[in-house]
Design a protein around this ligand. Structure first.
Ligand code: PSU
Ligand code: MN
Length: 308
């Protein structure tokens, strides 16, 4: 039994990897649980096209009928988007059960990193990472994404994290586990819909080549784990902070009222914030993912040059 027993690398992805050409991993929980249909499918396909337009090969990751997939067909993406929350949200702990049962699952940041690493992909673009939830001192709700970043060598390009989370505690957790947070052309941690927050980043790097060089150094030194690259939402799509904050406060209050917990917590909060802020937040969400796809493509290309 080897990895290959369970993993299907799309031929286009496999060819690119073998030739040391840039590949960017993309997640599927954002498709099934992070956005409504049909915008989720349209966005997933647009993000793949954006990666291609920037010289890299996209590898959207999911589990399809028990097979780990690095690279999906448009039909797979349509199915994941249309089924929405009927598709299981799969984080690290869930993988063996979905594989053993031959089921289909949408991969989170954590499980996407795992499959990307199995396939040999170094760079991954998404919207926002999971983190330490507000009130975690009582709920212990800390996303498995953070622990994955501590152990799996994949660079995750995101727009920071939504303030449904406790951003300060999230940074503390990452620091404890040796995960650097890089600000791309910013000194501040972006908070997904807004370009800044009350928090700084660990390192500001202004060029994709500098990020690739840090990845290469980490790899050469055999330091385990990945990196977070925080890429602020483009100015034109950033949202007024008070609007977002009000929606987040309401969503958090409803979650407490309805006793939402465990793996349902994040999808519930994301969906409510989206509903409460209307179409604007969805449009912003789509734009920031596209922006991250562009930066991830550039980082992947620069990393390939260093590895050549
Ligand atoms: N944050 C977002 N959009 C998302 C997610 C988080 O702004 O789609 C998804 C990602 O797949 C992330 C997951 O890995 O939620 C985290 O879930 P949890 O907090 O249950 O670990
Ligand atoms: Mn959680």
């Amino acid at each position: 039994m080897t990895l290959a027993t369970h993993l299907d690398i799309h031929p286009e992805v496999a060819t690119a990897l073998a030739a040391n050409r840039p590949v960017v991993a993309l997640e599927s929980t954002i498709i099934s649980h992070g956005m409504p249909y049909p915008q989720n499918v349209e966005t997933a396909l647009k993000v793949e096209a954006e990666v291609r337009a920037h010289g890299a090969v996209p590898a959207t990751i999911a589990i399809i009928k028990g097979r780990l997939k690095a690279g999906l067909t448009p039909e797979d993406i349509e199915h994941l988007g249309k089924s929405g929350r009927d598709v299981v949200k799969v984080s690290r702990r869930d993988i063996p059960f979905i594989v053993a049962a031959g089921k289909t699952g949408a991969t989170t940041v954590a499980s996407t990193m795992i499959v990307a690493h199995m396939a040999g992909i170094r760079v991954f673009a998404t919207g926002g990472i999971g983190g330490v939830h507000r009130g975690a001192e009582r709920s212990f709700d800390v996303s498995a994404d953070l622990q994955e970043l501590a152990q799996t060598p994949v660079t995750v390009v995101c727009a920071g994290a939504k303030s449904i989370l406790d951003l300060g505690l999230t940074l503390e957790y990452l620091e404890t586990h040796g995960v650097p947070v890089i600000g791309y052309r910013t000194d501040q941690l972006p908070a997904f819909f807004t370009r800044d927050s009350a928090f700084g980043v660990d390192y500001r790097l202004d060029e994709a080549a500098d990020i690739a060089a840090a990845m290469k150094a980490k790899q050469d030194l055999q330091l385990k784990g990945g990196m977070v690259v925080a890429n602020p939402i483009p100015e034109a799509f950033a949202m007024p902070r008070d609007k977002i904050d009000a929606a987040i406060e309401q969503a958090l209050a409803e979650a407490v009222e309805q006793k939402i917990g465990g793996k349902e917590s994040t999808p519930f909060l994301l969906a409510r914030v989206c509903e409460l802020t209307g179409g604007n937040s969805l449009a912003a969400n789509i734009q920031l993912v596209l922006n991250n796809a562009r930066l991830a493509s550039a980082i992947a290309a620069r990393y390939c040059e260093l590895a050549a």
